[in-house]
Ligand binder design. Structure first.
Ligand code: ZN
Length: 202
């Protein structure tokens, strides 16, 4: 019996395979599980996935996720915290990681990726211009670069330091407590807290 004779099953397996961390075997297990005892489970998963883009938007200022508000409106952090410090991260998930580690006494800026010329990602593809705008608007005294400790993260940090420092703002970077090649999202809170506290001038 060939799986290719079941196009609906194959298509679903392919869809799950595109998710991060899901290999072909896991994708197959998930799909067979969904076909199994609980027919409602598949419907619930599909509905909650579909609702994601309807209900969750991005903050018009920092690009952090906002839920239950009109698109483009500011998030709760941008509306409330000290505008003097901006902590720059790659993805919305990193904001949650930094918050778990005690957070920053300031606001955030989500880049939506890192500069990676090999993958065709240039500063224009990220929220870099918006960050420069925020710094130029005044009030900002320090920009903390909290990007992942890998080649692309380092390169992006250097680029941002180059464009931001001439604007008269202090630019700092996380201390090297995080192992090279690791990911902020999975860093333990203690390491991330120390790395934030020990941030150094760029
Ligand atoms: Zn915001």
């Amino acid at each position: 019996m060939q799986l290719s004779r079941f196009p609906a099953i194959e298509e679903c397996i392919e869809a799950f395979r595109r998710l991060p961390g899901v290999g072909p075997k896991s994708a197959q297990r998930i799909v067979f599980h969904l076909l199994g005892k609980d027919p409602e489970a598949a419907g619930k998963i599909a509905a909650s996935c579909e609702a994601l883009h309807e209900k969750v938007g991005l903050c018009g200022t920092c690009s952090m996720l906002v839920e239950g508000e009109a698109g483009g409106s500011d998030c709760s952090v941008c509306g409330a915290r000290d505008p003097g410090v901006i902590c720059v991260v790659e993805e919305p998930a990193d904001v949650f990681a930094v918050e778990r580690a005690g957070g920053v006494k300031g606001r955030y800026h989500v880049l939506m990726g890192v500069i990676s010329p090999l993958d065709g990602v240039e500063p224009e593809d990220l929220t870099v211009a918006k960050l420069i705008e925020r710094v130029k608007a005044g009030d900002v005294k320090e920009v903390i670069l909290a990007l992942n400790p890998n080649m692309a993260g380092e390169g992006t940090s250097l680029y941002l330091a180059q464009v931001l420092k001439p604007l008269g703002v202090r630019v700092t970077q996380l201390a090297h407590g995080l192992p090279m090649g690791s990911h902020l999202e999975y860093a333990d809170e203690m390491t991330l807290t120390r790395s934030l506290e020990g941030r150094r001038e760029m």
